[in-house]
Ligand binder design. Structure first.
Ligand SMILES: [Zn+2]
Length: 605
């Protein structure tokens, strides 16, 4: 239900926008860049943490710092080593570096096999057992390609950067700290990366005939103490409820564009929200995550694990800010989980012209974006945010990047302060604060479920086609249609309630409505939890899916594989049995959401 802001809210928005100062932001940027590279668990990371604490305390903002051990690795830290040379048909050494979480290996000499992009299909017809594979670097999905190489029996991997620089990366497919079960996925084989130029030379050699390389890798992996500073500003009317804002502060290089700009924004947001805290119905929590860059999101997952109950019950939505204020990054976009699509669209259309100078496009993507520290989809938190990228034809644009607005310097020592843009940095902060303020102050939370039902419908229909008659998807399609109807009914019910509330005559009337809204909001949150986690995750609400590409309704995707199998085989029958169980789970999720929508509508005010 999207709320039409009152005059008071409009004034608050203007006051808050006027408080945002690019000079204040840049002061933090300069300091944080001057600290240098902020590896998780390093003295530099601690210096940054101390700076956040000191900066917000000057304004009286309450901040806590959680300290815990985190499973980390650097790839090119003190003591890490990597060597690579070609020994046949030519003799030369190649500049290379390894990556965080790589396996280690003493010096070996083996044949090099080019497997192109390094996807599973690229291995067809190639014998790689015990050999070294040559693969294109794949930014955020580099870990997936290393995992594939390991599964195929390769001894080691060399990746080719798309750019003149080698991009740093953490190459484990485990999201956050491993569990006993997921620890089996910690990389066993080593990896090094080479520049684009060197990589092409290796590729050319492979085209001409057999190539042999000598290679060694030694990479540290282990536990170090990290610090998670978090500001809590309680809301004036619903002190337990909060909007979660966060982004990482560990970095590769100085980290100007990934993510010093975000860290500066958090300090300023904390100051401004604190100043206007008596005008916030619900509060905010602002977190600087450690262990993102060198622990594969270990800070945000630690928070998700250890504050699961509170997040589940009280967090109304979240926003991840990663890589704002990048030089040349003028291509804006806005995204959200589907329940906030209409809300985000309306605000972005209304405010982006003033803030960004153009109406920026709003994506209705069926999946919640997993970039940044999106460790909260399992819990089922709604999320929204905006981002900006460098246009594809710009010389600043890199080819294999996964952040920094696509800048070629992403995840390298070149991510220095000159890659930032002081004028662009405040813009996503302004857009973000408008959205956050509205979520915090909306009498009824601004979630809507028709776009969510559309996602379920669209993917169920795709699965139905993919099943080619081998699996019955119709119960799912029916439920998704039912959810769509109930979502519409719910919206009508809530808007009627809202227009009655807006005309309240006595203070008692107002309070009576607001009490009811609290109960309604609790139910709306339950609906988001169920629908977001079921649609977006394979592992459900208490685990973290691996850091590999996950399709929508992942538990049902093997339906497409079933259609390719002989139905009489054991394999097909076993798969079908599992799929029936998964279908039951999804239907149950939809049923529970439909029931909640009906119960809300039965509330008489
Ligand atoms: Zn980042």
């Amino acid at each position: 239900m999207i709320w039409t802001p009152t005059e008071t809210q409009r004034k608050l928005e203007s006051k808050i926008l006027a408080e945002i100062s690019k000079d204040e932001l840049w002061k933090h940027v300069e300091h944080l860049c001057s600290i240098g590279e902020k590896f998780a668990g390093s003295p530099e990371e601690k210096k940054a943490c101390d700076y956040f604490v000191k900066s917000v305390k000057e304004y009286g903002v309450p901040i806590e710092v959680y300290e815990f051990d985190s499973f980390l690795s650097y790839g090119r830290g003190p003591g890490d080593k990597a060597e690579l040379s070609v020994t046949y048909p030519e003799n030369f050494s190649v500049k290379c570096q390894s990556h965080a979480m790589s396996g280690s290996m003493p010096l070996i000499e083996e044949e090099l096999v080019d497997v192109g992009a390094g996807e599973s299909k690229d291995y067809e017809g190639k014998e790689v057992k015990g050999k070294v594979v040559l693969v294109d670097f794949a930014a955020l999905w580099a870990p997936e390609r290393l995992y594939i190489a390991q599964e195929k029996g390769a001894k080691a991997q060399i990746t080719i950067s798309g750019d003149p620089v080698i991009h740093d990366m953490v190459v484990t497919t485990i999201w956050g700290t491993p569990t006993r079960e997921s620890s089996a996925r910690i990389p066993k084989i080593p990896i090094v990366s080479v520049t684009n130029e060197d990589g092409r030379r290796l590729r050319e050699l492979c085209k001409r005939g057999p190539v042999k390389v000598k290679m060694m890798v030694e990479v540290w992996r282990g536990w170090k103490k990290v610090r998670l500073p978090i500001v809590t500003i309680k809301g004036a009317e619903e002190p337990d409820k909060y909007f979660l804002i966060g982004g990482h502060y560990c970095s590769w290089g100085d980290g100007m564009t990934d993510n010093v700009g975000g860290d500066a924004i958090f300090i300023e947001m904390a100051k401004i929200f604190w100043k206007y805290r008596d005008q916030l119905k619900r509060g905010v929590k602002i977190a600087w995550w450690p262990g993102h860059s060198q622990g594969r999101y270990s800070g945000s997952t630690w928070f998700a694990d250890n504050f699961w109950e509170d997040l589940n019950k009280n967090c109304v939505a979240c926003m991840i800010i990663d890589s704002p204020g990048v030089k040349g990054a003028t291509r804006w976009s806005s995204h959200s989980s589907s329940d906030l699509y209409q809300f985000n669209k309306q605000n972005t259309e209304e405010y982006s012209k003033d803030i960004m100078g153009e109406k920026i496009p709003v994506r209705h993507s069926t999946m919640v974006s997993r970039s940044g520290d999106q460790s909260f989809t399992g819990i089922g938190l709604s999320s929204l945010g905006s981002g900006s990228g460098i246009p594809a034809d710009s010389p600043l644009r890199g080819k294999t990047t996964g952040g920094s607005g696509g800048g070629w310097w992403w995840h390298s020592l070149n991510d220095t302060i000159d890659k930032g843009d002081k004028d662009l940095l405040p813009l996503p902060m302004k857009m973000g604060m408008i959205n956050i303020l509205k979520v915090c102050n909306s009498p009824i939370l601004p979630v809507e479920f028709e776009p969510v039902a559309d996602d379920y419908l669209q993917v169920s229909k795709e699965l139905n086609e993919g099943a080619r008659g081998m699996f019955d998807v119709s119960p799912l399609i029916n439920r998704a249609e039912e959810l769509k109807v109930e979502a519409k009914n719910l919206e009508q019910y809530l808007s009627k309630l809202m227009s009655r509330y807006e005309k309240f005559e006595t203070e008692e009337d107002k309070e009576r409505f607001e009490e009811v809204f609290k109960a309604i909001n609790e139910s709306l949150l339950k609906m988001t939890r169920i629908l977001i986690s079921t649609f977006n995750t394979q592992c459900g609400r208490f685990e973290q899916d691996p850091a590999i590409r996950i399709p929508p309704l992942p538990v049902l995707q093997p339906i497409k594989e079933l259609a390719t199998l002989d139905p009489k085989t054991d394999d097909a029958r076993f798969l079908k049995t599992g799929l029936i169980r998964e279908r039951n789970k999804v239907i149950d999720s939809l049923d529970r959401a439909i029931d909640i929508a009906k119960v809300i509508q039965s509330i008489k005010v």
